[in-house]
Design a protein around this ligand. Structure first.
Ligand code: HPA
Ligand code: ZN
Length: 338
């Protein structure tokens, strides 16, 4: 029998909750700062890593927005995404639905086109060079107002062929999904897939709003759904996937101990859970590290790990054929691991 690390590595996987700006490792941050003549408030890569101690989501977001300030040119966005996709390939990730935060860049004077063209070119090259398939989901920053999101959607519609969906991220508390009702309706009308962060720090009512007001097709995080039995019933009945990010939850103190992470209870209640890295450069682990961490902390079985991997494919926007191919490959990996 293969050891668990080998099994996790060999299984083809999806990543459905990764903020590309959150994959910016300190080494690349320094390289881009040098290239763009930007002074960072840290003297070394180690000093940056030492600053990554967060009490909550907002602590992290403050550092995350500061980190992304080194991204200026189309080539910077290319390098960011290409580096992440190479790292994903090393984890045997086959399909990525990548979040990006254009308002974090346009507010600094970076052109929307530089962001989308850089990311898309990296995605095209990664697909051609090593077969990782990826697409872009544009997130609205929920601490900004809906008018700003509307303008951002206008910009995105000029790049409709390069963006598959929209999401909602940033500071959750005090910024309920209903604040973005109109812009999400317009995104849905444009045929975009819709998802939203909900229930990471915010209450179950935010998950209800994401479902009923925004019409989302997935919930990003969703941890606090467990506080509401009726909501859990609804999510289970509708097979609504949750993109769970265990190491993120630990580092942002959404959970105080991985052994008490809600993933186990979510599975016991029949929810469709997936495992993802969120912001791997900031939270200390890529997707395989996240699988390994929950395997250990929650004493999952190998079958449960495989079930989570299968959920990722089921919850993805892959074609039915690509999905069937991935499931067949999972079976081959399992046969070899006996
Ligand atoms: N939550 C909300 N916004 C974010 C996150 C997150 O985990 N990561 C990047 N932006
Ligand atoms: Zn996230």
């Amino acid at each position: 029998m293969q050891n668990i690390d080998t099994l996790i590595k060999r299984l083809p996987k999806c990543e459905l909750h990764i903020h590309i700006e959150g994959s910016l490792e300190p080494e690349l941050m320094f390289a881009l700062a040098r290239r763009n003549n930007i002074r960072l408030p840290y003297e070394s890569v180690d000093a940056v890593r030492r600053a990554y101690r967060f009490r909550n989501l907002q602590d992290f977001l403050d550092i995350y927005y500061q980190g992304m300030s080194v991204l200026i040119t189309e080539q910077d966005f290319y390098d960011l995404a290409f580096t992440y996709l190479q790292r994903a390939r090393a984890d045997n990730v086959r399909h990525v639905e990548m979040f990006f935060d254009p308002q974090g860049h346009t507010a600094r004077g970076v052109a929307f086109a530089a962001v989308v063209n850089g990311l898309s070119r990296a995605i095209a090259d990664a697909g051609r060079e090593f077969g990782v398939e990826a697409s872009l989901i544009m997130c609205f920053l929920r601490h900004l107002d809906e008018a700003d999101a509307e303008k951002t959607l206008d910009s995105a519609l000029a790049f409709r062929d390069k963006i598959v969906g929209v999401g909602l991220d940033s500071s959750e508390a005090g910024n309920p999904p209903s604040k973005f009702k109109h812009v999400f309706a317009r995104a849905r009308d444009a045929g975009l897939f819709v998802t939203a962060h909900a229930g990471e720090e915010g209450p179950p009512s935010y998950v209800w709003e994401a479902l009923d007001v925004l019409g989302v097709r997935r919930i990003d995080h969703g941890n606090r759904s467990l506080e509401d039995a009726a909501l859990v019933g609804r999510l289970a009945r509708e097979k609504m996937a949750l993109t769970v990010c265990p190491l993120s939850n630990l580092r942002l103190r959404v959970v105080d101990d991985l052994r008490r992470h809600p993933l186990r209870r979510m599975m016991d209640k029949g929810l469709v859970v997936t495992v993802n890295s969120d912001d791997p450069a900031y939270f200390g682990g890529y997707v395989n590290d996240n699988y390994r961490a929950v395997f250990d902390a929650l004493s999952l079985t190998r079958e449960e790990i495989v079930a989570i991997v299968r959920n990722g494919f089921a919850a993805s926007l892959m074609t039915a054929q690509a999905n069937a191919d991935a499931l067949a490959e999972i079976e081959r990996v399992l046969a070899e691991s006996k």
